[in-house]
Design a protein around this ligand. Structure first.
Ligand code: BG6
Length: 457
C-alpha cells in the first residue's frame, strides 16, 4: 500500500444506479424482491446511471482521492454466464472518469445483488456451479480493467449476503433447513472468493484485493463470564467465521464445534482445502455503523432482529444503555467502538485496513436548496477522529470512506433513510428529477480532506 491516506466515499451499484434493464442489464435479485408499499425500489434509485458524470465531478469538487463503489453483477453478466459488453463499458466510463480526476476507483464485485437468472436456474449459492459463475465474472472484470484498477474488493458483507433470503433466493420454508443451507451457501461463497483472489494474482499481480466485512464489535452486557462467552460467540459466528475463511481458509475450533453440534456444518469436497489455501486478501475493509451488546441466552430465545447466524442461540442481543440512539441508528452511536474494532481486526489478522463504510442515517430535508445536517457532521467527525487516533498509534489503516457519497436507496428501508453527503431530490414515491444538492456535510468533509483531518485530532 502506498503511504498516501485515501480519503474516499462509498456507494453500491443497486442502491445508486437505477438504469433498470437499460444498457443490456439483466434482472438482479434486488430488482425482483418485493418491497413494501410506499418504499422506493431500485429501478431508478439515485439515477446515477444517467447522472454519473455529474456525480463524479462532484467527487472531484469534494476532493476525494478514492471512490469505493460496486458493479452490478447482473449488469455485466445478465444471465450469469455471458458477458454484456455495454455493462463493462458503463463501468469503464466511471473508472476512466475517476482516474482522470485522480480518484482511485475501488470496485466491489459483489455488493448484495446477483443475477436472478443464477437463482432461477441453479439455485444460486446453494449450488457449487455458482462458484464457477463468480470466478468467470471476476476474471472478465479483472481482464477488462487490468492496469486501471489497483484495488479490488471481492464481497461486501458476506454475513448479510448469505443471511438475507431476498438477496440470494434461499426461501426454504423449514427454518432449520434454511439455516443449514445458509451455512452451505456461505461456504461456497468463501470458495468463490478464494478463486477470485487467485485469479487476480494471476491476471494482474500488482493489484491489491480485499474483503469488506460487516465488522461486529460485540460487548457483553455484564462481567458475568457467561455474558463474556456470549459476546465472544457473537463475534465468532458473525464476523470471525467469515474473515477466518478469507484470511486463513478455515473456521476457528469454536466455530467448527458450534456448526457441528447444531448440524449446520457445510458439506466439503476433496480439493477444497487446496482452494482455501490458495490465496488470502491484501487488506480488510471495515464496514462499521455501531457496536452490539449481548447477554447469555439462558432461555434460548431466537432474536429476529439480526442476521440468523445466532439461531444457534448462543447469545441474545440486548440494548446498550451506555450509548446514544436515534430513530434510524437503533443500535446506537459508538465512535470509540470503531477504534476498538480496528484493534480487534488487527490483532487477529495483521493486515492493512480500509474503512469501507461508516455513516449516519437521517431523514434529511431540503430547505431553499440547502440541507443542514449537523448530526452527520458530528457522527463522522467523531468516527474519523477514532480512525486517525488508531492510525497515529501505528495501526495500518490506509483510507476512510463514509457511507455514502450520495443519498441512495437503503438496503431495505427505502429513500427516507439517507446517508449521503449529497442530497438527491426525490422521495420514496415521487422520483422527480433526482436533482443533486450539496449538504453541509459535503462542505465540511471537503475541508477535512483538504486539511488531511488535522483539525479532528
Ligand atoms: C451496509 C451495506 O451494511 O449498510 C450497505 O453494505 C447499506 O449496502 C448500509 O446500505 C446501511 O444499511 P441500511 O440498511 O441502512 O441501508
Amino acid at each position: 500500500m502506498d503511504n498516501k491516506f485515501l480519503w474516499g466515499a462509498s456507494t453500491s451499484g443497486f442502491q445508486v444506479e437505477g438504469g433498470y434493464q437499460e444498457g443490456g442489464k439483466g434482472l438482479g435479485t434486488t430488482d425482483v424482491r418485493k418491497v413494501s408499499e410506499g418504499i422506493a425500489d431500485t429501478k431508478v434509485a439515485s439515477d446515477h446511471f444517467h447522472h454519473y458524470q455529474e456525480d463524479i465531478l462532484l467527487m472531484k469538487e469534494l476532493g476525494l482521492s478514492t471512490y469505493r463503489f460496486s458493479f452490478c453483477w447482473s449488469r455485466i453478466m445478465p444471465d450469469g454466464w455471458h458477458v454484456n459488453t455495454e455493462g463493462l463499458d458503463f463501468y469503464e466510463a466511471i473508472i476512466d472518469l475517476c482516474i482522470s480526476y485522480n480518484i482511485e476507483p475501488i470496485p466491489t464485485l459483489y455488493h448484495f445483488e446477483m443475477p436472478q437468472a443464477l437463482v432461477d436456474t441453479i439455485n444460486g449459492w446453494q449450488s457449487r456451479e455458482c462458484i464457477e459463475a463468480f470466478e468467470k465474472y471476476a476474471r472478465i472484470c479483472f481482464n477488462r480493467f487490468k492496469g486501471k484498477v489497483k484495488y479490488w474488493i471481492t464481497i461486501n458483507e458476506q454475513l448479510i449476503v448469505t443471511a438475507a433470503s431476498d438477496l440470494n433466493g434461499n426461501h426454504e420454508p423449514d427454518k432449520n433447513l434454511q439455516m443449514k443451507k445458509m451455512y452451505q451457501m456461505s461456504y461456497h461463497l468463501s470458495l468463490a472468493e478464494k478463486k477470485a483472489m487467485s485469479a487476480l494474482k494471476e491476471i494482474d499481480p500488482s493489484c491489491k484485493i480485499g474483503v469488506a466485512s460487516a465488522v461486529q464489535n460485540v460487548y457483553p452486557k455484564t462481567s458475568n463470564p457467561l455474558d463474556i462467552l456470549a459476546s465472544m460467540d457473537a463475534e465468532e459466528l458473525m464476523m470471525y467465521m467469515l474473515l477466518d475463511m478469507s484470511v486463513y481458509g478455515k473456521y476457528s475450533p469454536r466455530v467448527e464445534g458450534l456448526l457441528k453440534s447444531s448440524g449446520y456444518y457445510p458439506i466439503k469436497e476433496e480439493g477444497d482445502m487446496a482452494i482455501l489455501n490458495s490465496s488470502k486478501p491484501d487488506f480488510i475493509g471495515i464496514n462499521y455503523y455501531s457496536s452490539l451488546c449481548v447477554q447469555h441466552n439462558k432461555e434460548r430465545i431466537i432474536n429476529h432482529a439480526l442476521p440468523p447466524f445466532f439461531r444457534s442461540c448462543e447469545y441474545q442481543v440486548v440494548e446498550n444503555t451506555k450509548i446514544e440512539k436515534t430513530e434510524w441508528m437503533a443500535l446506537g452511536i459508538d465512535p470509540l467502538g470503531l477504534r476498538t474494532a480496528i484493534y480487534k481486526v488487527h490483532n487477529r489478522y495483521h493486515l492493512p485496513m480500509l474503512i469501507t463504510e461508516n455513516g449516519m442515517a437521517y431523514s434529511d430535508e431540503l430547505y431553499n436548496g440547502k440541507v443542514h445536517d449537523p448530526y452527520r457532521i458530528d457522527y463522522l467527525s467523531k468516527h474519523i477522529k477514532e480512525t486517525l487516533l488508531a492510525k497515529k498509534e501505528g495501526y495500518p489503516i490506509f483510507g476512510y470512506c463514509p457511507w455514502s457519497f450520495i443519498d441512495l436507496v437503503s438496503s431495505h428501508q427505502g429513500f427516507k433513510k439517507r446517508y449521503g453527503l449529497v442530497y438527491v431530490d426525490r422521495t420514496d414515491t415521487d422520483i422527480k428529477e433526482c436533482k443533486r444538492y450539496k449538504k453541509d456535510s459535503f462542505y465540511w468533509y471537503q475541508n477535512v480532506i483538504a486539511t488531511n483531518g488535522k483539525d479532528l485530532l
